[in-house]
Write a protein that binds this ligand. Structure first.
Ligand code: TYM
Length: 345
């Protein structure tokens, strides 16, 4: 019997930030380390997703390799054959399945995606690509090809995952059992031991999520940030005038976000961390603790990144890509047969 699959991907444009790290990368790496005997773990770099919005293509290739190295620095073991690390564009079945799923996906269905609405309003209309519009379809192909049951993502991807479940069910009810339907999002959170998807907020504007596309970079802590710079960003994070360190995201979003960050840095529940600061009225004192722990985290992470061996990363990518082409092509063939593109055997 084949093992259930856990899968996630992180786009390759720009450096990754702490939201990406704690929201998607770390949960799957922890899972990979603890459960690779029970699960197949797929970590991939969705390189085709990298230019749904305009980017500078001259450094994309280097960025893709850099991101593979980030997974390793974050603790992904390279010597475990049940853990795969691969680039999406090296497995052409992703693009082929996307086209087929596109033809069973409604225009209205994609138009309702809030991330598309948000991102497209920030661009002039001639820069809003069809790729940005149908990106959730490519994302669905990414996990349906491997029959993934668990797809750890941040809270901003919940709607895309719901679509992925819908299209899998739609195809199954029309053509028979083609796809494993990923678990419902709530069940996935339970599996990863969380009440809900994680959302790290911007440090300057804590009512919006921390995002790679932030132009100033002041509200975002990137994994490659100079640790001293990250200290400054935390010390100048927006707070409030309540003079009380408490976990209350609705009324104290800035302080609550810093508590979330500190809890993640320590790997502890946020309530426990908040209790430690109960009664603290000086935000400077609290911020200093967060800043120092962030500085130590970045120093340690960056030291591990420098030590990553590029040849082993490249060898892992290549062996995983060969294995993933085999797995993905089996699913693709099943779909091609179901829709009439290949003879049924
Ligand atoms: P990307 O690269 O935008 O984000 C990577 C992961 O980081 C999470 N994330 C956050 N989590 C917490 N707080 C934040 N502020 C924050 N910002 C981002 C995202 O939810 C995501 O999990 N579509 C995906 C990439 C992808 C993918 C897939 C993921 C492509 N195909 C298939 C899983 C399965 C994305 O936009 O990633």
């Amino acid at each position: 019997m084949t093992k259930p699959v856990i899968l996630t991907g992180l786009r390759a444009n720009n450096d990754l930030h702490i939201g990406n790290y704690f929201g998607a990368m770390l949960p799957i790496i922890d899972m990979a380390k603890q459960k690779s005997d029970e699960f197949q773990v797929n970590m991939f770099i969705p390189d085709l997703h990298s230019f749904t919005t305009p980017i500078d293509h001259s450094d994309l290739y280097d960025q893709i390799i850099h991101n593979a190295r980030l997974f390793v620095a974050a603790g992904l073991p390279l010597d475990n054959p049940e853990i795969y690390l691969y680039r999406q564009s090296y497995v052409p079945a992703h693009s082929e399945l996307t086209w087929i799923l596109d033809c069973f996906t409604g225009f209205g269905e994609m138009s309702r995606m809030t991330q598309f609405k948000d991102k497209s309003t920030k661009l002039s209309s001639d820069r809003v690509s069809v790729g940005l519009f149908n990106y959730p379809v490519l994302m669905a192909a990414d996990y349906l090809l491997y029959g993934a049951s668990y797809v750890p993502v941040g809270d901003d991807q919940t709607q895309h995952l719901e679509y992925g479940r819908d299209i899998a069910e739609r195809m199954n009810s029309r053509f028979g059992e083609l796809f494993v339907v990923p678990e419902p999002v709530a069940k996935q959170h339970e599996f990863f031991g969380k009440d809900q998807g994680l959302r790290i907020m911007d440090l300057v504007n804590p009512t919006k999520k921390m995002s790679k596309s932030d132009d100033t970079g002041k509200g975002v802590i990137f994994l490659g940030d100079d640790p001293a710079e990250a200290v400054k960003k935390i010390m100048s994070a927006t707070t409030d005038d309540k003079a009380n360190v408490a976990y209350d995201p609705a009324n104290q979003p800035g302080i609550s976000n810093l508590l979330d960050i500190l809890a993640l840095l320590r790997g502890k529940p946020v309530q426990e961390v908040a209790a430690e600061f109960a009664g603290e009225s000086q935000y400077g004192v609290f911020k200093k603790v967060v800043a120092e722990e962030m500085q130590a985290f970045l120093q340690d992470f960056q030291a591990r990144l420098v030590a990553v061996d590029d040849n082993s990363v490249m060898a892992k990518l290549e062996s995983s890509e060969a294995a993933m082409n085999e797995q993905a092509n089996l699913t693709l063939l099943r779909v091609q047969q179901a829709v009439g593109l290949r003879p049924k055997v």
